[in-house]
Each structure stands twice: as structure tokens, then as C-alpha cells.
Ligand binder design. Structure first.
Ligand code: ADP
Ligand code: MG
Length: 796
């Protein structure tokens, strides 16, 4: 049975709502806040009107399940549920979804509140569409690019603060962590597996690259890089994308430009595209969070909750968006997703600003304060007619003088010690301590001169002494608790490898070795441990580490499940020709065959981009025309004004009287300004759109050419026996093609291909350089992997 959503009992029975409303609106520090939950229904022509109904306020969703007659129970089987949420998004545009779900969370991040937005739901229900959006159309971009845009717009509006933005992109697949931005040239492949580290500042992933971005465009590039890697990884590593969690994090740090302000704020926005809920199952990781009765949440049990530990519940704004299908066939899974959503509503968070102190600014301000106070003291002294008092720290001579005063005081030759200032009083007490411990030592050494000291616990020594008749049977001797440095007659104990001294040594060894260990694991403690610093890799790189890491990765990936079986197209592929076709010809084939889908998207994006460019240029022309007209109107107006001034002005009860001509000109100018503003706004939006579309086009082109490369090599160069190994389940996985084969293209063919690229790519030579660089990097990458693979095979 279902405990989360109580049933409606019959038509007139009490209608049970899972929860009262959550507190909407802005949260101040210390206010508890519910997790905001929304449901987005994937558009369908086949919506189950009979089974799914929304409340009038669009904040509840009722599910009616037809009785399962096959079970033959007459029966207490539950058929109706009602879920109360913060909003149901039906047929909602990406724009509306962003406004409803993400806008406030992002806005508050700039005030120092952490925020987490998660998409949850069955595979195919629209999580990735909601988070990332499609690559076809700017309008359909998702929460990720929009959040970046909002952050940068808000920064523009806040000139009083210096705000930095960093991003990272993490994928969690089969409990392994992958850096989706590790392909960037300045990061390089990770040397050691990433680990999740907790420190007082929060949780961070050691080894995950975090990238400083100073403008919208850089941030988009990072996003696209990550998306490309996500797609490539799912191809080359046989990843089933429905099983992976992806966390895109935006880190914000805002310092006031007023230097006396020591406080600064930091925050992160986590945008999480969860694995398909059917994979998470009932025992799903984050479900523990939704369990109100649970005191302890086992965050560390899975990588996802561990990585998000400081961003789930706790002190952050949290939004859960549940993606569901609206179709009858999916109702079971839909119901289970809604149950999860209503459980998550029980989680409360306490959003609080992440305020930190800038140590450097603090020291500077304290120094200023100190100088001021010293001046103040000097004034007081002179007003009190005191001779110059020194408030600086004491030097050795002054301390020696106090030491002698204290000794004389103890001996009784000095009656009192004059009080001068606080520092001096402290030093007097300090010297009391010094003298006291000196006296203790003197007493002890006086005793030593008279008696033999033996460690009370050293039974061997005692019995030896007893035998020698040096002590009585009760062991009445003067013990020395720490048994250090003494000799006994002819047998010096220090020469024996005594138990005590041995353990002491071990302890010391432990100390030094643990210090060494600490040094090794965190070579850059403090600053670098902070997520907010722009770091790349934390661990030092070593050749050995490199190899080990590769081996681990190799093993991990080879244990993954194989790709779904080859498409029929490939199996029908005609026998291989003895000489490979020239690349330009092959490229045409490729575009009609395996590459047709990417090619279609590429062309589509290209045409959208061109259309936007055309619109932008038209708008620019219009703006220029308006500007010219404004100038003309202004001139006419100035002329009218000067005319009026020359003719002498009329005034009526303090109001200027102007003639109709001037009045009309003023109206016209006002109208033109308005037009100008609107057009300018349009242009700005268009430019953002163009920027984004440009990325889409680049990404598609890159994929098209990369996949062509793979296809070409697979089809014409890789020998049949290797093909077998390359097949799913074979010993070599795609991406491990021996590079000698790939590289054996004749120079001419390479040249022709380069030429072809320049013809095929309307973007011209600029993008070719970019693309070539990428292909080379990939080839290098493949080569390394291949060598590793061969090396391993050889050892076996
Ligand atoms: P998930 O990530 O949950 O597995 P996707 O986001 O990949 O699902 O969605 C599956 C397909 O449905 C994609 O092709 C996506 O473009 C489409 N889709 C999902 N939600 C919507 C929506 N609200 N409007 C239009 N298409 C959608
Ligand atoms: Mg997805």
C-alpha cells in the first residue's frame, strides 16, 4: 500500500492532500523552507484525460487508475490519488519552465544562497530536455544556458561588486566520477580517480576541473564542451545515458568593491540531470532524503548524495522538478514519480547566506585600527602627564630585567614590582612561570646527585637493583615517570633496547610519516582545498600515476555493458572495396548513411543561424535608420528652440508656451526613442541567440566530421580480424583503433580532405583550424589508449 499519498475514500470521502502549501517567496536566514516541487508533463497527443486531472489552481494533480479486474479482488485496491505540489507545468514552454522553476533560485545565488535544481523522472520523460534543452533551436534551450545568461546579466547590473563565475561539469556513472570538462587542453586527463572530499567549507570533488569564466560566451563554450563529451562518452564508452547523473555547477563569488568591506559571499548552483527514475528504483539513493522520520541520512552511501551533501536539504534553496509522461501506458511509473515528489516535499531546508571573511582585507583593516589606537594611547599618556610609555613588544633586555625582578621578588630582596602596562604585567607572570620551572629542575638535579633514579614501571631494572641490594623489597626508590636519560651502575639502560624507548621511537616515526602522508595527499592545503579557487588538478602528476589511472579506467570501461547491437544498416554494408574511395566521395555516402541524422541537424542549425543573422542585420539597419531620423529631428528641434528664444519666450503661469511645430517634433523624438529602445533590445536578444546557435553549429560540425572519421576508418582501413575485436563484446572498444592504421592515409588523401573541409564548411578557414586541432587531439588520445590496450594485451 501507499503511505505517502493517502487515498480518496469514495466520492464524498475526505480528500487527502499530501501536504499543505510550501512557503513561497523569498527566504530569509533562519526561516525553514520546503523543497519546491513541480511537475512537468511531456506533451503528447495521447494524453490520458480520464486518468490525469489537474486542480484549478494548477497546483495539484489527481490520478485515477481503473480497477484491475484481472486481479479479481472486489476490493480494497487503491485507485485514486491526489498530489499537492507547487505547480503543474502542462504544455509549458522552456521559457515558462525557467521562470517558474529556476529564476528565483539563480537570483538568490547572487545573494549568497546555494541552490539546487534537480530533474527527476522516467527515462524519456524530458529531464535532459528540461535541463539542457535541444541542440536544434535556441528557443528550446534549457535551464543550464538560461541560468548562465541570468547570472551574467545580473552581474552587469551589480557594478558595486566584483563577481567571479566558475563552472564544473560532473558525471556520475556506475558510482564512478567523470569530469566532463577534462578534455580542455589546459586540464589534461586526470591522473588519479576523483574523490569526494568534505571540509568545513563544504563538499568538493578533488580532481574535478573548475573553470573561471568571465563572460557568457566562455560559459556557453564550456557547456557545449561538456555536452559533446557526454555524447562522445556515451558512444565510445558504451555508456547508457539513462544511468548517469550529470551535475553542472555554477560557483559564484562576490566581493564588494568597497575595500573596507571584509565580508564576501560564495554560492553554488547545482543543476542536476538525474538518472532515469526506473533505474533508481525504490531503494534509490536520494530517497532517504524524503524520509521525514529518518534522523540520519546516509549521504556517503552513494556518490550522488555525497557529492551534493551540502546542497541537498541543509542551507540551500532546493527545487525538484518531476518529469512525467501524460500517457496511460506510463501511469505506473508516473505514479511512482509523483510519490517521490510528494515525499521530497517533506524535506525542509534552511537557506542561509554563505558569508566569508577576506583575511587579507581583515588584516589591513586591523592594522589601520591598531595604528589609530596607538596614536590614541600616546595622546592619553601625554594628557595624563606620563613619561613616554612604550607599548611595543618587549625585547630580550627588557625581558631579562623582568626575570631578575621576579627572582629578587621571590627571594624577598624586592618588595613589589611596579605596574607599567598590560604587556609588562603579562611578561611578569610569564617570568614567574619560567623561574618556577627552573627551580623544579634545580631541585631534581640536586636529588639526582644524591640518589639513583629508576623508572617505577621498569620491573627488570627494579629486580636487578633489588638483586644488587640497592633497594628494599617494597621498591622504595625515587621513580622517574618518563624514564628518560639516566644510567644505573654498570648497566646503562639507555644501551638496552628497552620497551619504552622503542615505542617512543615508533611514535615519532608515526608522527613524521603521517606528516609526510599529509603532505602528499594535500600538497596544497588551505587555499587549493577551497572549491572556489580556479584550480585544475589537485594531485601531482607522475608517470606511474598516469599508467595506473589509465589501467583503472580501462578496466572500468571494459566491464560496462556492450552497445546495443549494430544497426541493420551496418550489417547490410556491401563488401569492402580493395581500394578505399576518396574521402570526398565517402563523405557524401556517410552523410546519406550513418551520418544522416547529424547532417540533418547540422543543416537545420545552420539555416536557423543564417536566418537569425539576417534578422540581426535587418534590425541593425533599422536601428541606424531610426538613429539618423532622431538626429535630424533633434536638429530641427534645436532650430525651433533657438527661433523661440530669439523671438522672445511666452510664459503662462510659469509654463513655457511652445508652438505646435515644436510640440510635434518633441512627440516625434519621444516616439523615435521608444522605437530605438525596443529595436535595441531585440538586437541584444538576437545576438545572444546567434552566439548560442553558432555553438550549436560548431558542435554539430565537429560531431559530423569526427563520426565520419571513425566511420571511414572502420569501413575501409581496419582489417577484418580487428573489426571482430571491435564488435561489441570484443576485446577492443571503439576509440582504440591502432593508430598506425589511421595514420596510414596517404598525404594526398589528407590534403584533399582538408580541401574538402574548406569547401564543405561554409564557415571557412577559421573553423577548419579549430576543427583540425580537435581532430589531432582526438587522434593523439586514441593513440594513447590503443598503446595502453596493446600493452595490456601483451602482458596477458
Ligand atoms: P530524459 O532525459 O528524461 O530521458 P529527454 O529529455 O531526453 O528525456 O526527452 C526524450 C525526448 O523527448 C527528447 O527527444 C526530447 O527532445 C523530447 N521532449 C521531452 N520533453 C519535451 C517537451 N516538453 N517538449 C518537446 N519535446 C520534449
Ligand atoms: Mg536524459
Amino acid at each position: 500500500m501507499d503511505e505517502e499519498a493517502a487515498p480518496k475514500r469514495g466520492k464524498n470521502g475526505p480528500k487527502f492532500h499530501c501536504l499543505p502549501h510550501s512557503t513561497q517567496g523569498s527566504a530569509r536566514m533562519g526561516t525553514r523552507k520546503k523543497v519546491h516541487t513541480f511537475v512537468r508533463v511531456k506533451p503528447t497527443d495521447d494524453f490520458a484525460h480520464e486518468m490525469i486531472k489537474y486542480g484549478d489552481d494548477n497546483k495539484s494533480i489527481d490520478i485515477h487508475l481503473k480497477k484491475d479486474t484481472r486481479r479479481g479482488v472486489v476490493n480494497n485496491q487503491q485507485t485514486d490519488w491526489s498530489f499537492k505540489l507547487d505547480g503543474v507545468l502542462h504544455n509549458a514552454s522552456q521559457d515558462l519552465v525557467y521562470e517558474t522553476v529556476a529564476k528565483d533560485v539563480v537570483a538568490q545565488a547572487l545573494d549568497g544562497y546555494n541552490g539546487t535544481i534537480m530533474c527527476y523522472g522516467q527515462t524519456g520523460a524530458g529531464k535532459t530536455y528540461t535541463m539542457t534543452g535541444t541542440t536544434e533551436n535556441y528557443k528550446h534551450r534549457g535551464i543550464l544556458p538560461r541560468a548562465l545568461q541570468q547570472v551574467f546579466r545580473m552581474i552587469e547590473e551589480r557594478p558595486t561588486h566584483a563577481i567571479t563565475v566558475r563552472v564544473s561539469y560532473l558525471e556520475i556513472y556506475n558510482e564512478s566520477l567523470f569530469d566532463l570538462l577534462s578534455t580542455l587542453p589546459y586540464v589534461g586527463p586526470s591522473v588519479t580517480p576523483m574523490t569526494i572530499v568534505e571540509n568545513p567549507q563544504g563538499v568538493f570533488i578533488k580532481g574535478l576541473s573548475v573553470h573561471l569564466t568571465s563572460q557568457e560566451e566562455d560559459a556557453f563554450s564550456l557547456l557545449f564542451e561538456g555536452e559533446t563529451n557526454r555524447i562522445i562518452a556515451s558512444h565510445t564508452m558504451n555508456k547508457n545515458s539513462s544511468r548517469s547523473h550529470c551535475i553542472f555547477t555554477i560557483y559564484v563569488e562576490a566581493h564588494s568593491r568597497t575595500l573596507s568591506d571584509e565580508k564576501y559571499i560564495t554560492s553554488k548552483i547545482n543543476l542536476v540531470d538525474l538518472a532515469g527514475s526506473e533505474r533508481l528504483g525504490k531503494s534509490g539513493a536520494i530517497i532517504a532524503l524524503g524520509d521525514q522520520k529518518r534522523e540520519h541520512i546516509p549521504f556517503r552511501q552513494c556518490k550522488l548524495t555525497h557529492a551534493l551533501k551540502d546542497s541537498l536539504g541543509g542551507n540551500c534553496n532546493m527545487v525538484l522538478l518531476t518529469n512525467i509522461y501524460g500517457e496511460a501506458a506510463q501511469l505506473e511509473e508516473t505514479l511512482s514519480s509523483l510519490r517521490f515528489a510528494s515525499r521530497m516535499k517533506l524535506v525542509t531546508t534552511e537557506p542561509a547566506i554563505n558569508e566569508k571573511y577576506d583575511a587579507e582585507r581583515m588584516v589591513k583593516n586591523l592594522e589601520k585600527e591598531l595604528a589609530l589606537l596607538k596614536q590614541e594611547l600616546a595622546i592619553h599618556d601625554s594628557l595624563a602627564n606620563r613619561t613616554l610609555v612604550n607599548y611595543d613588544p618587549m625585547d630580550e633586555i627588557q625581558i631579562a630585567e623582568i626575570n631578575s625582578q621576579v627572582r629578587r621578588y621571590l627571594e624577598g630582596t624586592l618588595d613589589e614590582i611596579d605596574i607599567i602596562n598590560l604587556r609588562q604585567i603579562q611578561e611578569v607572570f610569564n617570568q614567574f612561570r619560567v623561574v618556577l620551572s627552573q627551580q623544579e629542575q634545580e631541585v631534581e638535579s640536586a636529588l639526582r646527585r644524591k640518589y639513583t633514579l629508576i623508572d617505577k614501571n621498569d620491573f627488570a631494572a627494579i629486580s636487578a637493583v633489588q638483586k644488587a641490594g640497592l633497594v628494599d623489597v617494597d621498591g622504595h626508590l625515587v621513580g622517574e615517570p618518563d624514564g628518560q636519560g639516566f644510567g644505573l651502575g654498570v648497566t646503562p639502560f639507555s644501551a638496552k633496547p628497552g620497551k619504552k624507548s622503542k615505542s617512543k621511537k615508533t611514535f615519532k616515526e608515526q608522527l613524521s610519516s603521517s606528516a609526510r602522508k599529509e603532505g602528499a595527499s594535500s600538497p596544497v592545503s588551505g587555499k587549493e582545498l577551497d572549491v572556489s579557487t580556479s584550480k585544475t588538478q589537485l594531485t601531482p602528476s607522475s608517470k606511474e600515476g598516469d599508467v595506473k589511472d589509465m589501467t583503472i579506467r580501462e578496466r572500468e570501461t571494459s566491464s560496462l555493458e556492450p552497445l546495443p547491437s549494430d544497426s541493420p544498416k551496418e550489417e547490410l554494408r556491401p563488401p569492402r572495396p580493395s581500394t578505399p574511395p576518396p574521402k570526398p566521395v565517402a563523405f557524401e555516402d556517410f552523410k546519406n548513411e550513418r551520418g544522416s541524422e547529424i547532417n540533418r541537424i547540422f543543416k537545420e542549425n545552420k539555416s536557423i543561424l543564417n536566418e537569425r543573422r539576417k534578422r540581426a542585420s535587418e534590425t541593425t539597419q533599422r536601428i541606424n535608420a531610426i538613429k539618423r531620423e532622431m538626429d535630424v529631428t533633434k536638429e530641427a528641434l534645436n532650430f525651433q528652440k533657438s527661433l523661440r528664444e530669439k523671438q522672445g519666450e511666452y510664459e503662462n503661469k510659469g509654463l513655457m508656451i511652445i508652438d505646435e511645430e515644436e510640440f510635434l517634433l518633441i512627440l516625434k523624438l519621444k516616439d523615435l526613442k521608444k522605437q530605438y529602445r525596443t529595436e535595441y533590445q531585440d538586437l541584444r536578444d538576437l545576438r545572444a541567440e546567434i552566439q548560442y546557435c553558432q555553438h550549436l553549429v560548431d558542435q554539430c560540425r565537429h560531431r559530423l566530421l569526427t563520426e565520419f572519421d571513425i566511420w571511414y576508418n572502420e569501413s575501409f582501413f581496419i582489417p577484418e580480424d580487428l573489426q571482430v575485436a571491435l564488435k561489441p563484446g570484443g576485446s577492443i572498444r571503439p576509440g582504440m583503433v591502432p593508430v598506425s592504421r589511421i595514420m596510414s592515409l596517404g598525404e594526398d588523401a589528407q590534403d584533399k580532405f582538408s580541401q574538402l573541409q574548406q569547401v564543405v564548411l561554409p564557415e571557412g578557414p577559421d573553423s577548419v583550424a579549430f576543427y583540425n586541432a580537435k581532430v589531432k587531439t582526438e587522434q593523439k588520445h586514441n593513440y594513447l589508449k590503443t598503446m595502453m590496450g596493446l600493452h595490456q594485451a601483451h602482458r596477458k
